[in-house]
Ligand binder design. Structure first.
Ligand SMILES: CCCO[C@@H]1O[C@H](CO)[C@@H](O[C@@H]2O[C@H](CO)[C@H](O)[C@H](OCc3cn(Cc4ccccc4)nn3)[C@H]2O)[C@H](O)[C@H]1NC(C)=O
Length: 138
C-alpha cells in the first residue's frame, strides 16, 4: 500500500494566518495526525485524533516534539470527528499558543501551548487515516 499523507515544507505561515485543511476520515480509520512546526523532528504541534489506537478510543492527543523527544501529552476527550465523515480543520498560532478549530463535523476549538516559541510554521504534514481534499493558506 502507498504510505498515506503528505509533507509540506518552506511554508512560512505567520501568526494571524491559518492553514485550512479539508478532507475525509475513512470509515475504518484508526488514527491520523497533523504535524506542524519547523521540521519533522521539531514540531510545535502533533495533533493526533485516535479513533482506536495505542489503547485509546476517541480521544485527541496533542504533543510537541523537540530534537526528536516527545513532550508531555495533552489529552482531549471532546472528540468532534466521525468515521466516514468529511472534516474541516483550521490551524493558527501566536507566540503563546496554537489553535486548532475543527469546523466539521463538530464545532470545536482546541488550544496547545507554543512550547517551541515558534515564530513561523515552515513544516506541515498529514499522516495516517485522513484523505486530504484541499489545503488553503488564509
Ligand atoms: C502508559 C505508558 C505509555 O504511554 C504511551 O506512550 C506511547 C509512546 O510514547 C504514546 O504514543 C505516542 O504518542 C506520541 C504523542 O505523544 C505520538 O502520537 C507517537 O506516535 C508517533 C507516530 C506518528 N506516526 C505516523 C502516524 C501517525 C498517525 C497514524 C498513522 C501513522 N507513527 N508514530 C505515539 O507512539 C502513548 O500516547 C502513551 N499513552 C498514554 C496513555 O500516555
Amino acid at each position: 500500500p502507498h504510505p498515506q499523507g503528505m509533507v509540506l515544507t518552506h511554508l512560512n505561515v505567520h501568526p494571524g494566518e491559518c492553514i485550512a485543511v479539508k478532507g475525509t476520515v475513512p470509515p475504518d480509520a484508526k488514527s491520523f495526525a497533523l504535524n506542524m512546526g519547523r521540521a519533522g523532528s521539531d514540531l510545535a504541534l502533533h495533533f493526533n485524533p485516535r479513533f482506536e489506537s495505542h489503547g485509546d478510543t476517541c480521544i485527541i492527543i496533542c504533543n510537541s516534539l523537540q530534537g526528536g523527544e516527545w513532550g508531555e501529552e495533552q489529552r482531549e476527550p471532546d472528540f468532534p470527528f466521525q468515521l466516514g465523515q468529511d472534516a474541516k480543520i483550521c490551524i493558527s498560532f501566536n507566540d503563546q499558543e496554537l489553535t486548532v478549530a475543527v469546523a466539521l463535523p463538530g464545532e470545536q476549538q482546541l488550544k496547545f501551548p507554543n512550547r517551541l516559541g515558534l515564530e513561523a510554521i515552515e513544516f506541515f504534514s498529514v499522516e495516517g487515516d485522513f484523505r486530504v481534499k484541499s489545503i488553503k493558506f488564509k
